[in-house]
Design a protein around this ligand. Structure first.
Ligand code: NAD
Length: 331
C-alpha cells in the first residue's frame, strides 16, 4: 500500500521507515502540511498520514474525496483538526494513535513548571556569561503547593502521579472522574474551585467545543492571584488575549505553554530568519514569566517509536480490510 505522509520531518521519516520494515507499506514523504492547496497531492493515495497542524477541514476533505483517499491515519492522539462528521459523510475513515507515551507529555509539563519556577533557562545563560548572581532567580518549593489538573485522562493521571511525588496537594476537574487518581491523593472539585484554590493549573483535556477557551477572561478572574498556568494539551484551550491581559495585571503569575492557538503558522519550522507576523505571539514571548516550547511534549524516542508502530498497525488493518482498532468514530 502506498501512503502519503504530509508535513514530513526527518524524524517522521526515520521512525515510520523503521516501523514499516518488512511490511508492504510504501511511503511517499511530502514536506508541506496538508492544506487546501496541497490536498491534490493526496489524490493517488488510498491512505494518507497526518499530524496535529494539518488542515483536515470540510473543504480539504471534499478535495480528498475527489481523489482515492479513504483513510486518514493521524500520527497523533488529538483529532481536533479533523472535521469528523464530514469525513464520515464522505466515507473517509480516520484512525489515530490514542496512547503512545503519556509520560513524554506529562514529564514535559513538569519541565515547564520547574523551568518557570526556578528559571533554569535564565541561569543557563547567566552562568555561560560568567554571571553567577542569583537575583531574579527566586523560586518557591513545589512541596505543599496546590496543583489543579484539568483533565485526568492518560496524561493528566501521570502528571498527577509525578506531582504527588513532589509533595503537592492535588485537585482535579474532569467530566469523568478516574478512580485511579485518588491513589495519588487527587480530590475532584468543580472547575471554579480548582481554579480558585490552585497555585499551579495544568491543562490535560482535549480541545472540544466545550473546552475551547476554557481559560478565558472569566476563568482567569477566578484564579488564585499569581497562579501558574501550564498548557501542554491544545492551544485553543487558552484565550491568548485574555492570558496576555491576565499576565499584565499579575492575575496570572506565570504561563508555560507547549501549544498555542495559532501555532499552525509557526511551530515545527525554523522561522529564525523570518519576521514573525503574529503580533499576539510576539507579545506573549516578551513576558519574562512566559515560557513557550514549540509543541515538543510528544517528542521523545519512546513516543516516536510508539506513534510509528501504531500508525503502521492502523495502516495494515486498513489494507487488510479489517476493522480499525483505533478508528475515530463520530460520537
Ligand atoms: P485522554 O483522552 O486520555 O484524557 C483526556 C481527559 O480529558 C479525559 O479524562 C476526559 O474525560 C477529559 N475531558 C474531556 N472533556 C473535558 C472537559 N470539558 N473538562 C475537563 N476534562 C475533560 O487524553 P490524553 O492522552 O491524556 O491527552 C490529553 C491531551 O493532550 C490530548 O487531547 C491532546 O490534545 C494533548 N496532547 C498533547 C501532546 C503534545 O505534544 N503537547 C501530545 C499528546 C497529546
Amino acid at each position: 500500500m502506498e501512503v502519503a505522509v504530509f508535513g514530513t520531518k526527518s524524524y517522521d521519516r526515520q521512525f515510520l521507515l523503521a516501523a514499516a520494515d518488512g511490511t508492504d507499506i510504501e511511503w511517499t514523504f511530502i514536506e508541506p502540511r496538508l492544506t487546501e492547496t496541497t490536498a491534490p497531492l493526496a489524490s493517488p493515495f488510498e491512505a494518507i498520514c497526518c499530524f496535529v497542524n494539518d488542515e483536515i477541514s470540510s473543504a480539504v476533505l471534499q478535495k480528498l474525496s475527489e481523489g482515492r483517499t479513504k483513510l486518514i491515519a493521524m500520527r497523533c492522539a488529538g483529532y481536533n483538526n479533523v472535521d469528523l462528521p464530514v469525513a464520515h459523510e464522505l466515507g473517509i475513515q480516520v484512525a489515530r494513535v490514542p496512547a503512545y507515551s503519556p509520560y513524554a507529555v506529562a514529564e514535559h509539563a513538569v519541565g515547564l513548571i520547574l523551568t518557570l519556577n526556578r528559571k533554569y533557562h535564565k541561569a543557563y545563560n547567566r552562568v555561560r556569561e560568567g554571571d553567577f548572581s542569583l537575583s531574579g532567580l527566586l523560586g518557591f518549593d513545589l512541596h505543599g503547593k496546590t496543583v489543579g489538573v484539568i483533565g485526568t485522562g492518560k496524561i493528566g493521571q501521570i502528571f498527577a502521579r509525578i506531582m504527588h511525588g513532589f509533595g503537592c496537594d492535588l485537585l482535579a476537574f474532569d467530566v469523568h472522574e478516574a478512580e485511579d487518581c485518588r491513589k495519588w491523593g487527587v480530590k475532584y472539585k468543580p472547575l471554579d474551585e480548582v481554579l480558585a484554590q490552585s497555585d499551579i493549573i495544568s491543562l490535560h483535556c482535549p480541545l472540544l467545543p466545550a473546552t475551547r477557551h476554557l481559560i478565558g477572561e472569566a476563568a482567569i478572574g477566578k484564579l488564585k492571584p499569581g497562579a501558574m498556568i501550564i498548557n501542554t494539551s491544545r492551544g485553543g484551550l487558552i484565550n491568548t488575549m485574555a492570558a496576555i491581559n491576565g499576565l499584565k495585571s499579575g492575575q496570572i503569575g506565570s504561563l508555560g505553554i507547549d501549544v498555542y492557538e495559532e501555532e499552525a503558522e509557526l511551530f515545527f519550522e525554523d522561522k529564525s530568519q523570518s519576521v514573525i507576523q503574529d503580533d499576539v505571539f510576539a507579545r506573549l514571548v516578551t513576558f519574562p514569566n512566559v515560557l513557550v516550547t514549540g509543541h515538543q511534549g510528544f517528542f521523545t524516542q519512546n513516543a516516536l517509536e510508539a506513534i510509528a508502530q501504531v500508525t503502521v498497525q492502523n495502516l495494515n488493518e486498513f489494507a487488510a480490510g479489517e476493522e480499525l482498532t483505533n478508528e475515530v468514530k463520530v460520537s
